[in-house]
Write a new protein. Structure first.
Length: 224
């Protein structure tokens, strides 16, 4: 079974054109053009196939869609240690926000203490998408019942000029403001983030339906 041929069987060239416009820096010829719901269905079908292991080892891939499939196959893995090892092999080859953001292993939910240690490691990386992935996993898994105020220090400590890292930090704090207002707002009040990220956090939080009108008005007074 050839996974690349499976992807080409689902090709929609006009969608490939659309994807390429949304993903700066990736040449158009690297897009097969498979819609995300189709890649998700394919990943669920292929996850238990014996050929999956060799596909996951075969890095780097040629096509963007292969990387999307790879990320979704990792998200289906059932063994935490094996999944983390596979994620660590894959992250150095992630070169765009879409592949980074679709990678979300379900098994992570059941391994929070070990995951937090990895999140600290990923978030401290100088590699753009490894860092972004770490912050995204913190946002996904540690802003609700498992939240502790000190976790906000992890993204606050990130210093990067990379747009896709700074945008993720802003997204994280905007989300934190909707879920853990009392703790998160201190980072805005105290100017703990660089000016661009600070203002982007306020913008994204004020766009949220989960922030009250009063909170939005207060945030507006904190713009720099």
């Amino acid at each position: 079974m050839n996974f690349t041929e499976e992807l080409f069987a689902l090709q929609d060239s006009s969608y490939g054109d659309f994807q390429a416009k949304l993903t700066p820096g990736i040449p158009r010829e690297q897009f097969i053009g498979v819609r995300v719901p189709e890649v998700r269905k394919l990943a669920k079908r292929l996850a238990k196939e014996p050929e999956t292991a060799s596909f996951l080892e075969d890095l780097p891939h040629k096509y963007y869609d292969e990387n999307m499939l790879h990320a979704l196959l990792l998200s289906e893995m059932k063994d935490y240690e094996a999944c983390v090892a596979a994620v660590d092999r894959f992250l150095p080859y992630v070169d765009n926000w879409a592949v980074c953001d679709i990678l979300s292993p379900k098994i992570f939910r059941r391994n929070k203490p070990a995951l937090l240690k990895k999140i600290r490691e990923w978030s401290a990386s100088e590699k753009t998408y490894t860092c972004r992935f770490g912050i995204e996993m913190l946002m996904s898994h540690f802003l609700d019942d498992d939240f502790k105020p000190e976790y906000l220090e992890i993204p606050a400590a990130v210093r990067s000029e990379e747009y896709y890292v700074r945008m993720m930090v802003a997204w994280f704090f905007a989300t934190a403001l909707t879920k853990q207002w009392d703790e998160a707002v201190k980072y805005v009040e105290e100017g703990r983030l660089d000016t661009w990220t600070h203002n982007k956090t306020i913008q994204k939080a004020r766009e949220s339906f989960r922030i009250t009108t009063e909170q939005k008005e207060y945030l507006q007074t904190l713009k720099r």
